[in-house]
Design a protein around this ligand. Structure first.
Ligand SMILES: NC(=O)c1ccc[n+]([C@@H]2O[C@H](COP(=O)([O-])OP(=O)(O)OC[C@H]3O[C@@H](n4cnc5c(N)ncnc54)[C@H](O)[C@@H]3O)[C@@H](O)[C@H]2O)c1
Length: 410
């Protein structure tokens, strides 16, 4: 491929695909790169492999315009944007960040990058990662490469699944370059489609800003979750309690849930804890409170199930939040896995946003419709407040034991 692209986006998932597509619809020549051949094939057909409202329309327009092409390998471009996963290492002491995807993506640029190029890290990353990608690239390029010839910036992404296309355009952004020129160039790039304010800072502050935002959310959700545990102990309706407390003009308590999922809020605070363990007690404790909540839900279901000989349990929702198909780090899945492992009852699983069960739930229960589940269930466990569940008639829940971890009707 000899064509020179304006932008090459590495990683065509929830972040990279909308980003690549919106650049393409704004007239940039974009190469999207992913290591999964099916992803590349699907996008080149103008189709999508993930669920997000209106993303299919955007991708189709981008591909049909001829400005978006997908490939398995990067090609020369003015700017490279890295949007690959940044999970933490499962099973490690201290939840250390796993930067192997970022490192592989960075090193894969060595054959195509040219002096003067801008490399933007969009993946949510621990403080210091932008400096690290500079080190990896220079290492891969060899001793003749000069650091000042390549420009590096971090531009974290804040878009909310379910509203990504709107937020991509309207959210304020933070851009932190390793140099002022990198910051300026990255800002100019995002101004192609971003209509909100773009704030410049250094790379480390930009990295910490994203982690701070998600830790703020996590700590506040932990407060709500802790209240729900206390209320269960004291026999108080937590939904009514929060509604009343929020009538105070300076109180705004969030909603409790079955735990905190997804690959952002449940992950990113650990990057702070790993970097500054002695100083991040509140952030770590919030993670622990939120991680404990699924165990509390399982214990509640077990207690309610004791009164039935062969309990049938309808589990409504598997995704990590409402109205998305994203099952990663989902507390609902963790709860179903525990209920299955402990043989608490027959599980009927309802998830309107997926067609098949993920591998880790195969054998755990049957994937059925909400109506089928509710007809057969003794216990209804609401795990996600999908719009399909909110639309169900309350009558279907009559004479069932309902455990509502989301306050579906509150
Ligand atoms: N999804 C969100 O809501 C969200 C919001 C803000 C920030 N983020 C952050 O954005 C980053 C990407 O998240 P995502 O949700 O888009 O992940 P994703 O898993 O949906 O997509 C990542 C894609 O990268 C591909 N990939 C992996 N290694 C690659 C490589 N070496 N070269 C090219 N492609 C490669 C994967 O195949 C996958 O398709 C993460 O750091 C995440 O924390 C995500």
């Amino acid at each position: 491929m000899n064509q020179k692209f304006d932008v090459c986006v590495l990683g065509l998932g929830y972040i990279g695909l909308p980003t690549a597509s919106i650049f393409a619809t704004k007239g940039k020549r974009v190469l999207g790169v992913d290591v999964v051949p099916e992803v590349v094939d699907t996008i080149n057909q103008g189709k999508i492999h993930i669920q997000e409202p209106d993303l299919d329309i955007l991708v189709r327009a981008a591909v049909q315009s001829g400005n978006l092409t997908a490939a398995l390998k990067p090609a020369p471009a003015e700017t490279f944007i890295i949007a690959v996963p940044t999970p933490f290492q499962h099973g490690t002491e201290g939840h250390l960040p796993d930067l192997t995807y970022v490192e592989a993506a960075t090193r894969s640029l060595a054959d195509v990058v040219q002096p003067g190029n801008l490399i933007v890290l969009e993946s949510t990353s621990p403080v210091g990662t932008t400096e690290q990608i500079q080190g990896w690239l220079l290492d891969e390029l060899g001793p003749s490469a000069r650091a000042e010839d390549y420009h590096f910036a971090h531009c974290p992404e804040r878009i909310l699944p379910g509203q990504m296309l709107r937020e991509l355009v309207t959210n304020d952004r933070i851009v932190g370059g390793l140099s002022d020129e990198a910051s300026r160039r990255a800002k100019a790039l995002y101004e192609t489609f971003c209509t909100a304010d773009i704030y410049l800072t250094d790379a480390r502050t930009a990295e910490m800003a994203k982690l701070t935002e998600n830790s703020f959310r996590d700590v506040n959700i932990a407060f709500a979750n802790e209240l729900s545990l206390i209320c269960d102990r004291l026999g108080i309706d937590v939904w009514e309690l929060i509604r009343l407390a929020n009538r105070h003009p300076r109180v705004n308590i969030l909603r409790p849930g079955p735990g905190v999922g997804g690959h952002c809020i449940a992950v990113d605070p650990w990057f702070i804890v790993a970097a500054a363990p002695d100083e991040s007690n509140l952030i770590r404790t919030a993670r622990e409170v939120n991680n404990y909540k699924p165990h509390h839900v399982v214990a509640t279901v077990k207690k309610k199930a004791e009164r039935f000989r062969d309990p049938v349990i309808a589990c409504l929702g598997l995704a990590f939040k409402a109205d998305v198909d994203d099952l990663r780090e989902s507390p609902a899945i963790e709860i179903v896995q525990h209920l299955n492992a402990d043989r608490v009852g027959r599980l009927l699983l309802v998830e309107p946003n997926v067609k098949t069960l993920p591998v880790r739930l195969q054998g755990a229960g049957e994937l059925v419709t909400a109506e089928e589940a509710l007809t057969a269930a003794d216990i209804v466990l609401v795990l996600v407040d999908h719009r399909e569940f909110k639309a169900l008639s309350r009558r279907l829940f009559d004479e069932r034991v309902v455990i509502d971890t989301r306050g579906l009707w509150s």
